[in-house]
Design a protein around this ligand. Structure first.
Ligand code: DP6
Length: 361
């Protein structure tokens, strides 16, 4: 197992007695998907995403030095004001994974209070925003204890820690575009943390919009951990990872050149491939719903009739992310209200756009 000694730390100054730290961190939407991982939380292929702005988690971390150190982590978790015992094992597991890199964890009693801007169980994955917001708070505490850490090292370590909570979370720390996973075409890319896309992005992608249609707000049929596991022994896994690597090269050029037609092709193909992987694994799943397909067909029809650059992508669920240039905003929103809202559960959708990542409040 890889150790990452560059991220281990020791306690060099006196521990602060108590305090509170607040951070927000957004969700992100992958353009080239992460699907398949090896221990611990290392991706089988590089992925690239738009960081979002409106869909985010706010977390406050209250910390108080313990009188007696014990062998257990001591934390309480409140989600939107109420205790949330079912989230605790995930945090416990996260703390166990990161203790080596934040050796003060057992010396504190923590109260973690978190809330999301998007509706609970909307089918929007909260693990990316939730884990990155918590990692961001913990990293601020680390900075109080190790004040010499530089801003860029701290950013990198926040992403590194987030990854150990949830893979995609490491892509939420910075924006507007981040890359996670080592790839020869992306300088300084790493499996251990995400980096900001290291080139100037064409203005065609400035303020790019993401409207999320909530097609099905039901409980996830497959947890992401189970989903990633299905790539082990998957008959098409090796080809898929090869394809993703090729799509990273294509998307790099596209983001620099501003070729939106090529963007559409890569992004929609990635979304459908992700779902094709689920349909062809054992056990197999179909996470799209009939309304997901209706929306996709409507988007294709709209594009061919109007010449619009509207396209879609999907997560591991039925909801549809509609991606489009800011210049088309009014027209696309009109199309959504007239033609697509009917396919959304309770008519719900969320307007988001690309953003800049986690913030310390
Ligand atoms: C389909 O990051 O949720 O959204 O590492 O197990 O927490 P874990 O998985 P997670 O997987 C996200 C998968 C995806 C594609 C993506 O975001 O790249």
């Amino acid at each position: 197992m890889i150790d990452y000694p560059e991220f281990t730390s020791s306690i060099i100054s006196e521990l602060p007695d108590k305090g509170i730290i607040r951070c927000t961190s957004p969700s992100n939407i992958a353009l080239v998907k992460y699907w398949g991982k090896r221990p611990v939380q290392l991706p089988e292929n590089a992925s690239i995403s738009f960081t979002l702005e409106a869909c985010k988690t706010s977390t406050s971390l209250s910390y108080k030095k313990r009188d007696k150190i014990s062998d257990d982590f001591d934390f309480e978790l409140l989600f939107e004001g109420s205790p949330k015992p079912d989230f605790k094992p995930k945090i416990q597991n996260f703390f166990t994974r990161i203790e080596k890199y934040l050796p003060f964890l057992k010396q504190y009693t923590f109260t973690i209070e978190t809330s999301n801007t998007f509706p609970h169980s909307s089918g929007i994955a909260s693990s990316a925003s939730g884990m990155s917001a918590l990692a961001c708070c913990l990293m601020q505490l680390e900075k109080k204890i190790n004040p010499n850490i530089s801003d860029s090292d701290s950013m990198q370590k926040t992403s590194f820690l987030s990854r150990l909570g949830s893979g995609s979370a490491c892509r939420s720390i910075e924006g507007p575009v981040t890359v996670w996973g080592e790839h020869e075409a992306i300088k300084a890319s790493s499996d251990a943390y995400a980096i900001k896309f290291p080139h100037v992005i064409h203005q065609n992608f400035e303020d790019y919009q993401d409207t999320i249609l909530l097609i099905d707000k039901g409980e996830k049929q497959v947890s992401s951990t189970v989903g990633h596991d299905l790539m082990h022994g998957h008959p098409f896994a090796a080809k898929r990872f090869e394809q993703a690597a090729g799509n990273i090269i294509k998307l790099k050029e596209i983001l620099i050149s501003g070729d939106i037609d090529a963007f559409i092709e890569v992004v929609e193909s990635e979304a459908l491939t992700l779902h094709a992987m689920m349909m062809t694994s054992l056990p197999y799943f179909i996470l799209m719903k009939p309304n997901t397909l209706s929306v996709i067909n409507k988007v294709w029809q709209y594009r061919s009739e109007t010449g619009s650059k509207l396209c879609f992508t999907l997560d591991a669920g039925a909801n549809v992310h509609l991606l489009y240039p800011n210049s088309e905003k009014n027209k696309v929103l009109e199309f959504i209200t007239n033609e697509l809202v009917a396919y959304c559960q309770n008519g719900q959708y969320i307007c988001d756009k690309i953003g800049l990542g986690a913030k310390i409040l």
